[in-house]
Write a new protein. Structure first.
Lengths: 126, 172
Protein backbone atom coordinates (compact mmCIF):
# COMPACT_ATOMS: atom_id res chain seq x y z
CA UNK A 1 0.00 0.00 0.00
CA UNK A 2 2.76 2.44 0.95
CA UNK A 3 4.54 1.45 -2.23
CA UNK A 4 1.49 2.50 -4.19
CA UNK A 5 1.30 5.75 -2.26
CA UNK A 6 4.91 6.61 -3.05
CA UNK A 7 4.24 5.82 -6.72
CA UNK A 8 1.39 8.33 -6.68
CA UNK A 9 3.60 10.97 -5.12
CA UNK A 10 6.60 10.40 -7.38
CA UNK A 11 4.32 10.33 -10.41
CA UNK A 12 3.10 13.81 -9.47
CA UNK A 13 6.57 15.16 -8.70
CA UNK A 14 7.26 15.63 -12.42
CA UNK A 15 6.05 18.96 -13.91
CA UNK A 16 5.16 17.44 -17.32
CA UNK A 17 3.06 14.76 -15.63
CA UNK A 18 1.35 17.38 -13.49
CA UNK A 19 0.57 19.25 -16.71
CA UNK A 20 -0.88 16.09 -18.23
CA UNK A 21 -2.96 15.52 -15.13
CA UNK A 22 -4.22 19.11 -15.26
CA UNK A 23 -5.18 18.62 -18.94
CA UNK A 24 -6.97 15.34 -18.15
CA UNK A 25 -8.85 17.01 -15.32
CA UNK A 26 -10.63 18.99 -18.05
CA UNK A 27 -11.43 16.04 -20.31
CA UNK A 28 -10.15 12.71 -21.59
CA UNK A 29 -7.48 12.96 -24.29
CA UNK A 30 -5.34 10.73 -26.48
CA UNK A 31 -1.57 10.59 -26.21
CA UNK A 32 -1.27 12.62 -29.42
CA UNK A 33 -3.55 15.32 -28.05
CA UNK A 34 -1.58 15.38 -24.80
CA UNK A 35 1.76 15.69 -26.63
CA UNK A 36 0.69 18.79 -28.56
CA UNK A 37 1.34 21.53 -25.97
CA UNK A 38 4.68 20.04 -24.90
CA UNK A 39 7.99 20.25 -26.62
CA UNK A 40 8.41 16.50 -26.33
CA UNK A 41 7.84 13.48 -28.53
CA UNK A 42 4.72 11.33 -28.48
CA UNK A 43 6.96 8.53 -27.19
CA UNK A 44 8.05 10.66 -24.23
CA UNK A 45 4.44 11.47 -23.40
CA UNK A 46 3.62 7.77 -23.69
CA UNK A 47 6.26 7.07 -21.05
CA UNK A 48 4.76 9.70 -18.74
CA UNK A 49 1.30 8.19 -19.26
CA UNK A 50 2.68 4.78 -18.38
CA UNK A 51 4.02 6.15 -15.06
CA UNK A 52 0.64 7.74 -14.33
CA UNK A 53 -1.12 4.48 -15.23
CA UNK A 54 1.16 2.48 -12.94
CA UNK A 55 0.41 4.89 -10.13
CA UNK A 56 -3.29 4.31 -10.76
CA UNK A 57 -3.91 7.96 -11.60
CA UNK A 58 -4.79 7.39 -15.23
CA UNK A 59 -6.66 4.64 -17.05
CA UNK A 60 -6.94 4.03 -20.79
CA UNK A 61 -9.88 2.46 -22.50
CA UNK A 62 -10.14 1.11 -25.99
CA UNK A 63 -12.46 3.07 -28.21
CA UNK A 64 -12.45 2.15 -31.94
CA UNK A 65 -9.13 3.51 -33.26
CA UNK A 66 -8.26 5.67 -30.27
CA UNK A 67 -7.31 4.94 -26.67
CA UNK A 68 -8.13 8.08 -24.70
CA UNK A 69 -6.55 8.59 -21.28
CA UNK A 70 -8.88 9.10 -18.36
CA UNK A 71 -8.05 10.65 -15.00
CA UNK A 72 -9.03 8.68 -11.92
CA UNK A 73 -10.50 11.57 -9.96
CA UNK A 74 -11.14 9.41 -6.94
CA UNK A 75 -7.43 9.45 -6.17
CA UNK A 76 -7.47 13.23 -6.24
CA UNK A 77 -10.55 13.44 -4.07
CA UNK A 78 -8.64 11.38 -1.57
CA UNK A 79 -5.65 13.73 -1.63
CA UNK A 80 -7.93 16.74 -1.27
CA UNK A 81 -9.44 15.04 1.76
CA UNK A 82 -5.98 14.52 3.25
CA UNK A 83 -5.21 18.21 2.91
CA UNK A 84 -8.59 19.06 4.44
CA UNK A 85 -7.83 16.67 7.30
CA UNK A 86 -4.49 18.34 7.81
CA UNK A 87 -6.21 21.72 7.88
CA UNK A 88 -8.77 20.52 10.41
CA UNK A 89 -6.01 19.17 12.65
CA UNK A 90 -4.47 22.65 12.61
CA UNK A 91 -7.87 24.26 13.19
CA UNK A 92 -8.51 22.01 16.18
CA UNK A 93 -5.15 22.98 17.66
CA UNK A 94 -5.73 26.69 17.08
CA UNK A 95 -9.15 26.63 18.74
CA UNK A 96 -7.50 25.32 21.86
CA UNK A 97 -4.91 28.06 21.52
CA UNK A 98 -7.83 30.55 21.32
CA UNK A 99 -9.03 29.22 24.68
CA UNK A 100 -5.55 29.42 26.22
CA UNK A 101 -5.17 33.02 24.99
CA UNK A 102 -8.56 33.99 26.43
CA UNK A 103 -7.61 32.53 29.79
CA UNK A 104 -4.26 34.32 29.72
CA UNK A 105 -6.16 37.55 29.15
CA UNK A 106 -8.00 36.93 32.42
CA UNK A 107 -4.78 36.19 34.27
CA UNK A 108 -3.10 39.34 32.98
CA UNK A 109 -6.03 41.56 34.02
CA UNK A 110 -6.23 39.91 37.42
CA UNK A 111 -6.16 42.52 40.17
CA UNK A 112 -8.11 45.08 38.20
CA UNK A 113 -11.29 43.11 37.90
CA UNK A 114 -12.55 39.57 38.05
CA UNK A 115 -11.09 37.50 35.22
CA UNK A 116 -13.55 37.03 32.39
CA UNK A 117 -12.78 33.56 31.14
CA UNK A 118 -13.83 33.14 27.51
CA UNK A 119 -17.00 31.37 26.41
CA UNK A 120 -19.98 33.41 27.45
CA UNK A 121 -23.49 32.07 27.48
CA UNK A 122 -25.28 32.82 24.24
CA UNK A 123 -28.21 34.51 25.93
CA UNK A 124 -26.01 37.10 27.63
CA UNK A 125 -26.80 39.90 25.19
CA UNK A 126 -30.38 41.04 25.33
CA UNK B 1 -24.85 43.64 20.16
CA UNK B 2 -25.58 40.57 18.15
CA UNK B 3 -22.50 38.39 17.93
CA UNK B 4 -20.12 37.81 20.84
CA UNK B 5 -16.48 38.44 20.03
CA UNK B 6 -15.43 35.19 21.68
CA UNK B 7 -17.47 33.31 19.09
CA UNK B 8 -15.68 35.17 16.29
CA UNK B 9 -14.47 32.62 13.81
CA UNK B 10 -10.92 32.98 12.55
CA UNK B 11 -10.41 30.74 9.56
CA UNK B 12 -7.40 28.47 9.28
CA UNK B 13 -6.02 28.65 5.75
CA UNK B 14 -3.63 26.09 4.34
CA UNK B 15 -1.67 26.29 1.10
CA UNK B 16 0.26 23.32 -0.31
CA UNK B 17 1.70 24.65 -3.57
CA UNK B 18 1.91 21.80 -6.14
CA UNK B 19 5.34 22.99 -7.28
CA UNK B 20 7.00 23.72 -3.92
CA UNK B 21 7.86 21.44 -0.96
CA UNK B 22 6.04 23.69 1.50
CA UNK B 23 2.94 23.88 3.66
CA UNK B 24 1.82 27.36 4.68
CA UNK B 25 -0.80 27.72 7.40
CA UNK B 26 -2.29 31.11 8.30
CA UNK B 27 -4.50 31.91 11.26
CA UNK B 28 -5.47 35.07 13.19
CA UNK B 29 -5.92 35.27 16.96
CA UNK B 30 -7.84 37.62 19.24
CA UNK B 31 -4.77 38.50 21.31
CA UNK B 32 -1.72 40.76 20.94
CA UNK B 33 1.54 39.24 19.60
CA UNK B 34 3.23 39.22 23.03
CA UNK B 35 0.54 36.94 24.43
CA UNK B 36 0.46 34.65 21.40
CA UNK B 37 4.25 34.45 21.52
CA UNK B 38 4.10 33.40 25.18
CA UNK B 39 1.56 30.70 24.34
CA UNK B 40 4.04 29.40 21.75
CA UNK B 41 7.08 29.40 24.01
CA UNK B 42 5.96 28.61 27.57
CA UNK B 43 5.79 24.77 27.85
CA UNK B 44 2.98 24.95 30.43
CA UNK B 45 0.88 26.82 27.87
CA UNK B 46 2.11 24.84 24.85
CA UNK B 47 0.98 21.53 26.35
CA UNK B 48 -2.56 22.89 26.58
CA UNK B 49 -2.99 23.29 22.84
CA UNK B 50 -0.30 21.49 20.85
CA UNK B 51 -1.17 18.19 19.19
CA UNK B 52 -4.42 16.36 18.41
CA UNK B 53 -7.06 16.52 21.14
CA UNK B 54 -7.53 12.76 21.33
CA UNK B 55 -3.86 12.19 22.10
CA UNK B 56 -2.18 12.78 25.39
CA UNK B 57 0.87 15.01 25.12
CA UNK B 58 3.94 14.75 27.31
CA UNK B 59 6.43 17.56 26.89
CA UNK B 60 9.82 16.28 27.95
CA UNK B 61 11.80 19.36 27.01
CA UNK B 62 10.79 22.72 25.59
CA UNK B 63 13.61 25.20 25.77
CA UNK B 64 12.16 27.82 23.44
CA UNK B 65 15.11 30.14 22.93
CA UNK B 66 17.75 30.48 20.21
CA UNK B 67 19.88 27.26 20.19
CA UNK B 68 17.44 25.55 22.55
CA UNK B 69 15.77 22.21 21.81
CA UNK B 70 12.52 20.39 22.40
CA UNK B 71 11.05 16.92 22.56
CA UNK B 72 7.46 15.88 23.12
CA UNK B 73 5.61 12.60 22.97
CA UNK B 74 2.06 11.84 21.87
CA UNK B 75 0.47 8.83 23.53
CA UNK B 76 -2.56 7.18 21.91
CA UNK B 77 -5.28 5.10 23.56
CA UNK B 78 -3.23 1.90 23.12
CA UNK B 79 -0.35 3.50 24.97
CA UNK B 80 1.71 3.74 21.78
CA UNK B 81 4.11 6.66 21.91
CA UNK B 82 5.07 8.94 19.03
CA UNK B 83 8.08 11.13 19.68
CA UNK B 84 8.81 14.45 18.00
CA UNK B 85 11.91 16.56 18.40
CA UNK B 86 13.86 19.47 17.01
CA UNK B 87 16.02 22.48 17.77
CA UNK B 88 15.12 26.13 17.97
CA UNK B 89 17.26 27.84 15.37
CA UNK B 90 16.01 31.27 16.37
CA UNK B 91 13.46 32.50 18.87
CA UNK B 92 13.02 36.23 18.38
CA UNK B 93 10.48 37.85 20.71
CA UNK B 94 7.83 38.66 19.68
CA UNK B 95 7.95 38.21 15.92
CA UNK B 96 9.54 34.97 14.87
CA UNK B 97 10.29 31.37 15.81
CA UNK B 98 12.39 29.19 13.50
CA UNK B 99 12.78 25.54 14.44
CA UNK B 100 13.45 22.11 12.99
CA UNK B 101 10.82 19.41 13.34
CA UNK B 102 11.05 15.66 12.95
CA UNK B 103 9.03 12.59 13.81
CA UNK B 104 11.34 10.10 15.51
CA UNK B 105 9.73 7.23 13.58
CA UNK B 106 11.10 8.78 10.40
CA UNK B 107 14.23 10.72 11.43
CA UNK B 108 15.30 11.42 7.82
CA UNK B 109 12.25 13.59 7.29
CA UNK B 110 13.32 16.85 8.90
CA UNK B 111 11.37 19.99 8.15
CA UNK B 112 12.13 23.62 8.88
CA UNK B 113 9.26 25.47 10.52
CA UNK B 114 8.94 29.23 10.71
CA UNK B 115 6.20 30.90 12.72
CA UNK B 116 5.87 34.63 12.04
CA UNK B 117 3.74 36.79 14.36
CA UNK B 118 2.21 39.84 12.74
CA UNK B 119 0.67 42.63 14.82
CA UNK B 120 -2.81 43.52 13.60
CA UNK B 121 -3.41 46.05 16.38
CA UNK B 122 -4.35 43.99 19.42
CA UNK B 123 -4.86 40.95 17.23
CA UNK B 124 -2.21 38.69 15.73
CA UNK B 125 -1.77 36.88 12.44
CA UNK B 126 0.44 33.80 12.69
CA UNK B 127 1.89 32.42 9.46
CA UNK B 128 3.55 29.02 9.79
CA UNK B 129 5.72 27.90 6.89
CA UNK B 130 7.03 24.32 6.79
CA UNK B 131 9.73 23.51 4.28
CA UNK B 132 10.38 19.84 3.50
CA UNK B 133 13.26 18.23 1.60
CA UNK B 134 11.16 17.47 -1.50
CA UNK B 135 7.64 17.70 -2.87
CA UNK B 136 7.25 13.95 -2.26
CA UNK B 137 8.26 14.42 1.37
CA UNK B 138 5.74 17.25 1.68
CA UNK B 139 2.94 15.17 0.18
CA UNK B 140 3.90 12.24 2.39
CA UNK B 141 3.78 14.59 5.39
CA UNK B 142 0.26 15.66 4.51
CA UNK B 143 -0.81 12.08 3.84
CA UNK B 144 1.01 10.05 6.45
CA UNK B 145 2.07 12.62 9.02
CA UNK B 146 -1.34 12.03 10.50
CA UNK B 147 -0.92 8.29 10.86
CA UNK B 148 -1.17 8.70 14.62
CA UNK B 149 -4.92 8.85 14.58
CA UNK B 150 -6.09 8.81 10.99
CA UNK B 151 -6.07 5.16 10.16
CA UNK B 152 -9.48 5.50 8.58
CA UNK B 153 -7.98 7.38 5.65
CA UNK B 154 -5.58 4.49 5.13
CA UNK B 155 -8.47 2.11 5.25
CA UNK B 156 -10.14 4.21 2.59
CA UNK B 157 -6.96 4.10 0.56
CA UNK B 158 -6.85 0.33 0.99
CA UNK B 159 -10.36 0.11 -0.41
CA UNK B 160 -9.48 2.42 -3.25
CA UNK B 161 -6.35 0.46 -4.14
CA UNK B 162 -8.25 -2.81 -4.07
CA UNK B 163 -10.79 -1.35 -6.46
CA UNK B 164 -8.30 0.17 -8.87
CA UNK B 165 -6.05 -2.88 -9.06
CA UNK B 166 -8.85 -5.42 -9.50
CA UNK B 167 -9.01 -4.88 -13.25
CA UNK B 168 -5.27 -5.48 -13.54
CA UNK B 169 -3.66 -8.80 -12.74
CA UNK B 170 -3.99 -9.82 -9.12
CA UNK B 171 -0.79 -9.69 -7.12
CA UNK B 172 0.70 -12.92 -5.82
Amino acid sequence: MEDRLSRVFSALADPTRRGIVARLAVSDATVNELAEPYDVTVQAVSKHIKVLEEAGLVTRRREAQRRPCHLDTEVFDLMTKWIERYRREAEDRFRRLDEVLAEMDGEEKDGEEAPDVGAQAEGAAS
Amino acid sequence: MTATSTQHHNETRIVADPGLPTIVITREFEAPPARVFRAYTDPDLVRRWLGPRRLEIRIERYDARTDGSYRFVHVDRDGTEYGFRGVFHEVRPVDRIVQTFSYEGFPDGVSLETAAFEDLGGRTRVTTTSVMASIEARDAMIASGMETGLRESYERLDELLTETTSDESSTG
